[in-house]
Design a protein around this ligand. Structure first.
Ligand SMILES: Cc1cc2nc3c(=O)[nH]c(=O)nc-3n(C[C@H](O)[C@@H](O)[C@H](O)COP(=O)(O)OP(=O)(O)OC[C@H]3O[C@@H](n4cnc5c(N)ncnc54)[C@H](O)[C@@H]3O)c2cc1C
Length: 468
């Protein structure tokens, strides 16, 4: 059992967590960083410390390699880094984690949650078939293991869908088709925000370059698809959809499908800690209430990065630094003048980096029917196999929200604790009841936030488990 004591415990070694730890060391704070992955980098820089080859560099692109200095600074920061450490509980006393070393409790004066984003669930008929995964999962396989699936169909909307498609093309894979589900109305809603987005024209130029590369590759891009469904027995065999005004049903055979409709903050840890959250009507997700420096409604808890609100990797890095400044100031280790002086340039850069967000969030807004699927047989909660029809029955019987739905159906009570279904369940109840998503609310979450064994909680090492 590990009971060392730290000024700051950081959960997550993505851009936010790595930057926070580097800043902590520069300020003389004793910091520990825990991440369940085997190496630092988070989602964007997943497996960045793997041996480099020119082929891999060319596939993953310059933005991926741009993470190397950050990882290098983190590695040399002097912060205590625990890889393969799954944090299952946080509190005002610190964090509890499970890991190969036996895990344990780590006392810390402040806890910074930098657990990043997750892909918004995209439930549609057949999405649980083998051969179907999220675009982000396909990307992790590419980054981590160099695995590719030829002739995949990409379905959905959002910058990450196109980024993964481009990385696939860079790797020499053939893409069967991209079915872009963004509604035409989204473009009109985004347009007024284009001038502000152009203040950071690099993002727009990058997006246009990706679209041009996909066009040049000859990949089929299909717009206006409705009622998309995946077919197959043992595994996915085809995608079908209704096209255009005639509503004619089309069919495309395939063996792999990658789904994606944007990323949302992973709210499980901050919600389970009982920090205040609110519904973001533009990003269509729950976000933790926080000030400019990531201080939440709980005095011991800070939040940074995409887990606290989607802003991308640069904003994650900057917000990690700001949260550490706040921790240092609040612990009496940084005076008010230094706190203000160090914060000002970071806040300015965050303002600039966030300029394209209102445009991007509206341009890639998922269609309402994709957020809340209409087909009765579509599974919403994968862990407990709860279908939309069961949710509709419960709402018709008077079930008012996700928490009561647990008693009706067990939705959200499986190992993922609602991570995979929370947003879809909220959207479907909102759709069925005519109430806003904010009013419907989210699951009431509890620790442990990750599935752990009694051995993990008791702090057994792997060797002890094998002996017992
Ligand atoms: C699947 C996926 C792929 C993405 N790929 C890209 C990309 O290629 N390019 C891009 O620009 N943006 C990408 N993004 C968006 C992206 O997340 C970045 O904006 C950036 O990585 C955010 O940094 P962060 O530090 O906030 O979180 P992350 O980079 O997500 O890091 C969070 C870290 O927290 C760890 N963690 C989470 N829960 C626990 C726990 N309970 N215990 C221990 N550790 C925990 C995770 O293992 C992870 O390493 C991706 C998002 C997702 C969901």
């Amino acid at each position: 059992m590990n009971r060392s004591s730290y000024d700051l415990a950081v959960v997550g070694a993505g851009p936010a967590g790595m930057a926070a730890a580097s800043e902590a060391s520069a300020l003389g704070l004793k910091a520990v960083v825990l991440d369940e992955k085997p190496g630092p980098g988070g989602q964007i820089y997943h497996a960045i410390t793997a041996p480099r080859t020119s082929a891999r560099d060319a596939v993953l692109g310059p933005d991926y390699l741009g993470g190397l200095p950050l990882v290098d600074a983190f590695t040399h920061s002097g912060a205590d880094y625990r890889s393969g450490a799954t944090v299952w509980q946080i509190s005002e006393d610190g964090v509890s984690y499970a890991g190969a070393d036996g895990g344990g409790d780590i006392a810390a004066s402040r806890v910074l949650v930098a657990t990043g984003a997750m892909e918004r669930p995209y439930p549609l008929p057949g999405w649980t078939l083998p051969g179907v995964m999220t675009a982000g999962a396909a990307q992790l396989l590419l980054k981590g293991s160099g695995l590719l699936a030829d002739d995949a169909v990409f379905i959905g909307t959002g910058p990450l869908l196109y980024l993964v498609a481009v990385q696939y093309l860079n790797a020499g894979a053939r893409i069967e088709a991209i079915i872009d589900t963004a509604s035409p109305a989204a473009k009109w809603a985004a347009l007024p925000h284009l001038p502000m987005a152009l203040r950071q024209s690099g993002y727009i130029a990058k997006g246009l370059r990706m679209l041009a590369q996909i066009r040049r590759s000859g990949t089929k891009v299909i717009h206006g698809a409705k009622d998309i469904a995946l077919e197959g027995e043992e595994r996915v065999a085809a995608v079908t959809w209704r096209q255009g005004a005639s509503g004619q049903r089309r069919r495309l055979e395939c063996r792999h499908v990658f789904l994606h409709q944007g990323v949302v903050p992973n709210p499980n840890m901050t919600m389970a800690a009982r920090a205040a959250h609110q519904w973001d009507e533009v990003q269509l997700c729950w976000v933790v209430d926080r000030d400019t420096h990531g201080r939440t409604s709980l005095p011991w808890l800070l939040a940074a990065g995409d887990g606290a609100g989607i802003g991308g990797a640069k904003v994650a890095e900057l917000s990690g630094r700001l949260a550490t400044l706040a921790a240092a100031h609040d612990l009496g280790r940084l005076d008010a003048a230094a706190f203000a002086a160090r914060s000002a340039p970071l806040l300015r850069r965050i303002g600039a980096e966030m300029a394209p967000r209102p445009f991007l969030d509206r341009l890639y807004r998922p269609a309402d029917t994709d957020l809340a699927p209409q087909d009765e047989a579509t599974i919403l909660c994968r862990c407990e196999e709860v279908r939309r029809g069961a949710v509709a029955d419960a709402v018709a019987e008077g079930c008012p929200g996700p928490n009561q739905l647990k008693s009706f159906t067990r939705a959200g009570m499986g190992p993922c604790q609602g991570r995979m279904c929370g947003h879809s369940i909220g959207a479907v109840i909102s759709d069925l009841s005519g109430r806003s998503a904010a009013d419907v609310g989210y699951f009431r979450l509890r620790m442990p936030v990750k599935p752990v064994t009694l051995g993990d909680i008791g702090g057994m090492t792997h060797a002890q488990r094998e002996d017992s």
